[in-house]
Design a binder for this molecule. Structure first.
Ligand SMILES: *Cc1c(COP(=O)(O)O)cnc(C)c1O
Length: 439
């Protein structure tokens, strides 16, 4: 069972809405810090354990800076994410670069920063070598294929585009050694939003077995094993948070019995760290009654698309009506011209009225970052609620000018639409050869 509380009092939240127009994403700094600490505590026994926060979950430099100050590194998957980590001041040895279908310039940038590069394919090493040279430390992403079952978000491993097969992995390390690499890493990520703690212990076992095999059969010493991200969070009231200590102890038992020392462990969780501590704060704009009752919000799936793309449940609190019974049933929608723009379908809530303040929970990871501009929707602001109760705007809302920033309206003024008639007039083709339609 999970209860969904606000990160501050109702009065405080209302005051924040005076300061920052809805909709906005609100992040609870103390909560984020506590989640990171729980993960670090669970693996405190593991030599050199480090969490590299998956930047794509919440790519805000203020969030990255506070996580870095608390000992986390950054897991980047693209050039802009690498540059963001650099601008936050995160040093290369605290950055991992886990990408796929990677362009050469991103490998170059990762190497410039001194990041650990997780290669996604056998053929990436020569590609990396050609563009950026072979790093001392080469890490590969393993895809266990049918050996493991995935889940609804990440799909079946054998259908996943990521990583190398087990035979490829052996081949890849041999090639890396031949190319001059002297240090080796192993990475995997086979589940997403997984709430079964045993799954992560099994993932560690799977990696430890490979480490042991490579050690015995190839004389290749894996120095760091990265268990990836994917630890789930309870989005629904009937779900329970992962017991991280149980996972940590389970992995420790394997680490010791399988004689893994001095292997270092790392992780790249995103959702686990920020997911529960981000809130989409929004107001009811209209109530509509047709075949169903609709509560239309000032937020849309452009601010949080998980319900639309995964059918995900996100808990909703009606601020100030927490004590009222849920006597009405609503589809809670945004204003996008897409019928899947719904935060909730047939949700039982207290009776709603225009102006009501709603908080949509667990929006801290893969929330704002998945936003988009379809329908001309502008992305909302992000606000950080400090551990001392102060608030700070950590990203302003987009404006129409931002939205048009990639268009040159000067160019538009000089633009004259070309017509088929113009093209025909300009054509050197003899009259008789011109298509009928342009005459
Ligand atoms: C998305 C992703 C993560 C983070 O996933 P969460 O579900 O947020 O923990 C970590 N590593 C890789 C390679 C990813 O693609």
């Amino acid at each position: 069972m999970t209860t969904f509380a606000l990160p501050c009092t109702t009065e405080k939240l209302k005051a924040l809405c005076e300061q920052y127009p809805t909709p906005f994403h609100l992040y609870d700094e103390a909560g984020i810090r506590a989640s990171l600490q729980r993960l670090q505590n669970a693996f405190a026994w593991a030599p050199g354990f480090r969490e590299f926060f998956a930047v794509k979950a919440t790519p805000n430099p203020f969030i990255l800076k506070l996580l870095h100050a608390a000992g986390a590194g950054a897991d980047c998957s693209s050039l802009p994410e690498l540059l963001l980590a650099e601008r936050v001041g995160i040093p290369g040895d605290h950055i991992v670069f886990t990408s796929n279908d990677t362009p050469a310039e991103e490998f170059v940038e990762a190497r410039r920063l001194g990041a650990t590069v997780n290669l996604d394919d056998l053929r990436h090493l020569p590609f990396l070598e050609a563009s950026a040279g072979v790093p001392e430390l080469v890490s590969y992403r393993y895809n266990p294929g049918p050996a493991r079952t995935g889940n609804v978000i990440i799909g079946k491993p054998e259908e996943a585009k990521y990583g190398l097969t087990r035979p490829q992995l052996t081949e890849a390390y041999r090639l890396a050694r031949d190319a001059g690499a002297t240090r080796f890493g192993l990475h995997t990520m086979v589940a997403s939003n997984e709430l079964d703690p045993g799954y992560f212990i099994e993932t560690a076992r799977m990696l430890f077995e490979i480490v042991a095999e490579l050690r015995a059969d190839e004389g290749i010493d894996i120095e760091v094993a990265n268990i990836g991200g994917g630890m789930g969070i309870p989005y629904r009231p009937d779900q329970t948070a992962l017991d991280l200590d149980y996972i940590g102890e389970g992995v420790r038992a394997l680490y010791e019995s399988m004689d893994m020392a001095p292997l270092r462990l790392s992780a790249e969780m995103g959702r686990l760290i920020t997911g529960p501590h981000g809130y989409l704060v929004t107001r009811v704009r209209h109530i509509k009654e047709t075949y169903k009752r609709y509560a239309g919000l000032d937020a849309s799936m452009a601010n949080l698309m998980r319900p639309a793309i995964y059918g995900a449940y996100h808990h909703i609190t009606v601020v100030g009506k927490q004590e009222l019974p849920a006597t009405a049933t609503y589809d809670v929608t945004g204003s996008l011209c897409e019928n899947n723009d719904k935060f909730a379908i047939d949700r039982e809530l207290p009776e709603l009225a225009p102006g009501d303040l709603l908080v949509i929970h667990c929006a801290g990871a893969h929330g704002h970052s998945m936003g988009f501009n379809y329908n001309g929707k502008l992305r909302s602001a992000e606000v950080l609620l400090g551990a001392d109760g102060t608030s700070r705007l950590i990203r302003r809302a987009e404006t129409v000018d931002d939205h048009f920033a990639t268009i040159d309206f000067g160019e538009l003024a000089g633009f004259v639409p070309t017509t088929g008639a113009d093209a025909a007039a300009a054509s050197a083709m003899p009259e008789v050869d011109r298509p009928q339609s342009v005459r």
